[in-house]
Design a protein around this ligand. Structure first.
Ligand code: SF4
Length: 360
């Protein structure tokens, strides 16, 4: 296959759905870890194609949504520190913190700028030598190599007024934390394709080995997702869980070694706060000691009050797969994409935003 419409071929899709229905005899709860998969599943009406005993649940794989309130409050406090310019991806602007969002902080005079790549922050740093530029790094393993490369470029070109507030996270530890919680019983997991393009498919092997849960690493087109569901259902029916990759055009078992090397050179593992899951050991990344001058937590430490989650918001439960957006009383009434109460209604990968746009 060469073109995107080949991954949307209706006839092949119909055959895959028929096959899934024909082999599926037992209940199967499948979680799509990644917010990108949630959006694709809703956009293409994939959930409605299956009988009710095949359930698709959303997981914690939206980096904006899982950014903890406390971390967001720290980012907002940084934006209000005199002489500071915050650079961030657009999705973070409207996420409400305890008191306000970055967008509101900007309306109140903070210098917060949207960038499309971490590297754009270096140009801003060059043009504003008297200011401290703080890139708000939010993302998973997919985003991290670009942030690492930006730090190395800042070092090489001697840009001294640039640092990173690292809210970067890694995915396998949070899946482990979620499964250890045992709140939601899963039979299969749709593993994130883009993250796996960097880390490979091997880091997911603990899931079938330890938890006996079927895994499929897949892409974001409808046929990718249907094919992954077909593989998961077959594994579940046979009682033979393993990791299968249906996204072979993007994922190798060992991943992208060059990107991994870049990440490991600049970052080291640390505990991270996840919305809905609390602090998960070894699930975050911070600059190594030799790059600490690029670490905003070292350069410009800020203190914030303990954060309170928005009243009535179920984002934490939705991210753990125990509730859906339609369980939230605020959904579509007090909480809309124009006036979001929680991050899942803001992010382009948020489950609430996707349910709102494409229907439940
Ligand atoms: Fe939170 Fe809004 Fe989603 Fe409810 S609908 S869980 S308030 S983001």
């Amino acid at each position: 296959m060469k073109f995107v419409d080949e991954y949307r071929n209706t006839e092949i899709g119909r055959k895959l759905v028929q096959r899934i229905k024909s082999i599926s005899t037992r209940p199967a709860s499948l979680m799509e870890f990644c917010g990108g998969h949630t959006v694709a599943i809703l956009r293409h009406g994939i959930r409605q194609l299956f009988p009710p005993h095949i359930r698709l649940l959303s997981g914690p794989g939206c980096p904006v949504c899982v950014t903890a309130h406390h971390d967001l409050d720290q980012a907002i406090a940084l934006s209000r520190t005199p002489g500071t310019i915050i650079t961030t991806f657009g999705d973070m602007m409207k996420v409400p913190g305890s008191e306000l969002s970055l967008q509101r902080a900007r309306a109140g005079g903070a210098d917060v700028r949207i960038v499309y790549s971490p590297r754009d922050s270096l140009d801003i740093a060059r043009h504003n030598p008297t200011k401290q530029i703080v890139f708000l790094a939010v993302g998973f393993e997919t985003t991290t190599p670009g942030v690492a490369a930006t730090i190395l470029e800042a070092e090489k070109t001697n840009i001294v007024n640039f640092c990173v507030k690292s809210l970067l996270k890694v995915c396998p530890p949070v899946i482990k934390a979620l499964l250890d919680l045992g709140e939601v019983k899963l039979d299969g997991l749709i593993c994130p394709g883009h993250v796996s393009a960097v880390i490979g498919s091997r880091p997911w092997e603990f899931i079938p080995e330890k938890y006996r849960i079927a895994c499929a690493v897949t892409g974001f087109e409808p046929l990718d997702i249907l094919f992954s569901i077909e593989r998961l259902v077959e594994q579940i029916e046979k009682g033979e869980p393993k990791v299968e990759t249906t996204y072979t055009r993007g994922v190798r078992p060992e991943g992208n070694l060059q990107a991994q090397k870049l990440m490991e050179k600049v970052f080291e593992s640390c505990p991270a706060r996840w919305r809905g899951l609390g602090t998960v050991p070894a699930s975050g990344l911070k600059p190594r000691a030799e790059y600490s001058r690029f670490d905003a937590d070292v350069r410009i430490p800020v203190t914030v009050k303990p954060a309170a989650e928005p009243k009535g918001c179920l984002c934490g439960e939705i991210l753990r797969g125990v509730k859906t957006p339609s369980d939230c009383k605020l959904f579509g009434e007090k909480c809309t994409p124009e006036n979001p109460v929680g991050p899942c209604m803001v992010s382009s990968e948020g489950a609430c935003a996707a349910y709102h746009q494409y229907g439940c």
